[in-house]
Design a protein around this ligand. Structure first.
Ligand SMILES: [Zn+2]
Length: 278
């Protein structure tokens, strides 16, 4: 499934000195049963109204419907908490152990699956935030806080209402204003402090081989990361079972390669190549 040509590119990168970077998206966590929340799985019904994820996952909505937005996120958090890392997450942590000084993981996933006992990946940059945490909606501090354990996870139905007492737990310990989920909303842009914008662009420049796994590249940061790697003659290998606009672009690049397979099996093959050649 990994061609001889691509295997040689991986071996050349291992023999080199530059960073080996993995940019991962929702496709990696799909095998753990976590939906993307961009499509139909993200739809949210409140009474007679249906919200799209692009409507409810916004600062604009949070400012007028704190409880609805939190309830949607608490439902997503419950799905993430029940999920377990799949082989792909585990292989990434094994690869980190093989090349700890050169490994970077840039992840769009907010599900926390890189940080479980069986994964425990260290060099991770979360560019869309982390659902395990909340932060002050007024930005009085840049710190993030764990979601209080007393908050009850929500389902899609009305069996788990969002209570007044719970809303009192979702306040900033510093100033008492409401907290928000620590994630990038659809109507916000990346920044350095919360989403490592400059750091990941720098990593991309220092990267000799960039793997792109399970992302449709729907936001512009993944595209910039790819551009930065290519500018310095790095190679890019896209692993994605399905075609999308992003993968078609990769086809046209001089240093772009594709593996049209699922992420876990491909990551196992990559880990074995690295193991043999470090
Ligand atoms: Zn505050």
């Amino acid at each position: 499934m990994i061609s001889k040509e691509i295997e040689q590119i991986i071996i050349d990168a291992i023999k080199g000195e530059r960073k080996i970077t993995f940019l991962v998206g929702a496709g990696l966590s799909a095998e753990s049963g976590i939906p993307t929340f961009r499509g139909k799985d993200g739809f949210w019904t409140d009474g007679s109204r249906n919200y799209t994820p692009q409507e409810i996952g916004t600062k604009k909505m949070f400012d007028v419907a704190f409880d609805q937005v939190w309830r949607w996120f608490l439902y997503r958090i419950s799905i993430c908490n029940k999920a377990v890392p799949n082989q792909g997450h585990i292989e990434l942590s094994k690869i980190e152990n093989l090349i700890p000084d050169r490994f970077s993981l840039i992840s769009q996933n907010v599900d926390g699956l890189h940080f479980r006992k069986e994964t425990n990946t260290q060099n991770v940059f979360l560019i869309h935030g982390d659902l395990r945490f909340m932060r002050c909606s007024e930005e009085c501090t840049k710190n993030v806080f764990p979601i209080p354990t007393a908050i009850i996870e929500k389902d899609r139905d009305r069996n788990t209402p969002f209570t007044y007492d719970e809303s009192l737990l979702l306040v900033c310990p510093n100033c008492g204003e409401p907290t928000r989920p620590h994630v990038l909303w659809f109507d916000e842009y990346y920044n350095e402090h919360h989403y490592h914008l400059h750091k990941v662009l720098k990593i991309a420049k220092d990267t000799g081989l960039l793997f792109i796994i399970g992302t449709s590249g729907a936001t512009n940061l993944p595209q910039k990361i790819v551009e930065n790697t290519l500018k310095r003659q790095g190679a890019v290998i896209d692993i994605n079972p399905n075609d999308n606009l992003f993968t078609k672009k990769i086809d046209q690049l001089k240093n772009g390669y594709r593996v049209q397979e699922n992420s876990s099996a491909t990551l196992t093959a990559i880990r074995k190549i690295i193991e043999k050649n470090v």
